[in-house]
Design a protein around this ligand. Structure first.
Ligand SMILES: Nc1nc2c(c(=O)[nH]1)N[C@H]1C(S)=C(S)[C@@H](COP(=O)(O)O)O[C@H]1N2
Ligand SMILES: [Mo]
Length: 538
């Protein structure tokens, strides 16, 4: 063994950690850049975040929603990055003497990324192999280069005994200040490259986004100049609708609630997209976006609700949807006898299903291409989604829909069913107080409008009653009806008396059913109970 080997200097823990961190950053950023270039496909980070969402226990997903709310997806991506970089620091430290642990570790991370992309609905092996290969090579190359510079290279080691030929002489400077600069220069360069690669990936993703395609859509509006449009305008100017603080009858697109499992909003270019109807049908058919646009004759206000909505919650909205009646497309495909379930899938692999008979019981169901007289917003499912009145979104409302499959109820379960939600998801009749809000002071003796919305989509709202403390239930005034699928605004004008009051609301739907007071949580089939607030009048 030569003296040079025995005395080979080992980088400080700090430098090794920095080297590991930057090698990790290089791998992640190159992976994202390669992913963006490849079609675009999810990069390793996004694919891993997708797999975490799909496989995480319910408590984890609920925790994420509770802590981060609508930012739960960005938080998950950030978490994935932080965990990966923390592991990379560890790998750097472990590689102080030999590169092998770092190489093996980066390879292992590459394998996770490979599997995550390969199994992603928008990924596949064809993208997974080159994308993760690029990431792994970048990571290992960065680690090797940084580790080499992390030690003073310019050691001139004189052999202890004898032969001057054994002396190791390099041309690099021996001055520690210079090697120090060498390491940190390289570290800076690797860090800057990682930042540029990440920015590049984001630019490519933004450019290849579906925004331009959506902007170019010329919608043949069935709402404009329709009787419905006149009805909506008239309904918007009534006393009930003008109550300060009441939710608008039609919720604008940018205020409409959002729920989905997508880490990145799927970017679908309608030119490369079609809707396929398959399974237990006489003829499998595909429809282009243009065909759906041309046939989108149905226009209907429908209240969409999430099964996760708590009593009094905000995960519900009413919009005017325009689309092709679902049954029209099903008829063309020809449903085979025994096809008891209509399943659907989106481009990102999410799925759901509901009984075939639901589509045929006379309710509104459509493949929607427009929301409030605009092409579907990207986050709400552009280019097309399903809307079925009276079913919670998790069993019916597939955004970015790419296929409808006729199957049986036994043969297929949608995304949320194995995760503990009930197989059938009829929307439960509900009502909500929008104003006043709990805790807001009101003036004793003044007239206080108590107002809100109530919904029983595809059945219709018949009556709203409000109870103040233990008084008799009083019937509220209803806003204009836009049909049985749309929610109804309501108001009760109350002359506030001094003191603290408990105010509750309950709805009765057109089937004669009055909301139960019994409290049930959202899982597994939707919350029940009366929404109540407390106000103090002084
Ligand atoms: N592709 C896809 N479609 C989806 C979902 C999803 O996660 N992925 N979530 C569903 C759920 S649970 C609901 S409540 C509605 C919400 O639709 P919105 O975000 O347009 O309000 O979309 C449904 N469609
Ligand atoms: Mo939902």
């Amino acid at each position: 063994m030569t003296a040079a080997e025995t005395e080979r200097p080992v980088p400080s823990t700090f430098r090794a950690g920095v080297a590991g961190l930057l090698a990790g950053a290089a791998a992640l950023s190159i992976g994202e850049l390669a992913g963006a270039l490849a079609a675009p496909r999810p990069g390793p980070v996004v694919a891993v975040a997708n797999r975490v969402i799909d496989n995480a226990p319910t408590w984890f997903v609920d925790f994420g929603k509770a802590v981060f709310g609508l930012a739960d997806k960005p938080a998950l991506v950030l978490g994935t990055i932080i965990v990966s970089l923390a592991a990379a620091i560890g790998l750097g430290v472990a590689s102080r003497r030999r590169l092998l642990p770092g190489v093996v570790g980066i390879g292992a991370f590459g394998l996770i990324g490979l599997l995550a992309i390969a199994t992603d609905a928008q990924g596949g092996w064809g993208a997974a192999i080159p994308v993760t290969a690029a990431a792994v090579i970048a990571g290992i190359a960065a680690l090797a280069a940084l580790m080499r510079r992390a030690v003073p290279q310019a050691t001139v080691t004189a052999p202890e005994h004898g032969d001057a030929d054994e002396a190791v002489v390099t041309e690099s400077p021996t001055d520690p200040a210079l090697t120090r600069r060498g390491f940190f220069n390289l570290a800076g360069a690797v860090g800057a490259s990682a930042a540029i690669a990440t920015a590049g990936a984001n630019v490519i993703r933004a450019r290849s986004s579906a925004t331009d395609a959506r902007d170019a859509v010329r919608l043949d509006s069935r709402l404009a100049e329709s009787e419905l449009s006149a009805q909506i305008s008239a309904a918007g100017t009534t006393d009930v609708a003008s109550t300060p603080g009441i939710t608008p009858l039609i919720v604008p697109n940018d205020q409409f609630y959002l729920i989905d499992t997508a880490v990145l909003t799927p970017q679908v270019n309608p030119a490369n997209w079609e809707l396929r109807i398959k399974g237990m049908v006489d003829n499998e058919i595909s429809y282009s976006y243009q065909e759906l646009l041309d046939r989108a004759t149905m226009v209907e206000p429908v209240t969409l609700s999430c099964v996760s909505n708590e009593v009094g919650g905000q995960l519900v909205g009413n919009a005017v949807w325009q689309g092709v009646p679902l049954t029209e497309l099903l008829e063309e495909a020809g449903i085979r006898p025994g096809a008891t379930q209509i399943a659907s899938r989106s481009v990102d692999g999410w799925s759901c299903g509901f009984p075939t008979e639901v589509a045929y019981d006379g309710r509104t169901s459509m493949v929607a291409i427009a929301m409030n007289d605009e092409p579907l917003p990207l986050r709400h499912g552009f280019p097309a989604r399903l809307v079925v009145s009276g079913l919670y979104g998790y069993v019916s409302a597939t955004k970015w829909v790419s296929e409808i499959e006729l199957t049986t109820l036994e043969d297929f379960d949608g995304y949320w069913i194995p995760r503990g939600w009930s197989k059938l998801g009829p929307v439960k009749t509900q009502s909500r107080i929008d104003t006043p809000r709990t805790g807001t002071p009101v003036t004793a003796g003044a007239e206080v409008p108590i107002a809100g919305v109530a919904w029983a989509p595809h059945i219709g709202i018949e009556r709203i009653e409000v109870q103040i403390d233990d008084d008799e239930w009083q019937e509220a005034e209803l806003g204009e009806s836009l049909g049985t699928n749309a929610w109804r605004q309501w108001v009760l004008r109350w002359t506030a008396t001094e003191g603290r009051h408990l105010i509750r609301v309950r709805a009765t739907d057109a089937s004669g059913y009055t909301q139960t007071s019994e409290l049930a949580p959202p899982a597994p089939s939707g919350a029940t109970g009366w929404h109540q607030i407390t106000v103090t009048a002084a």
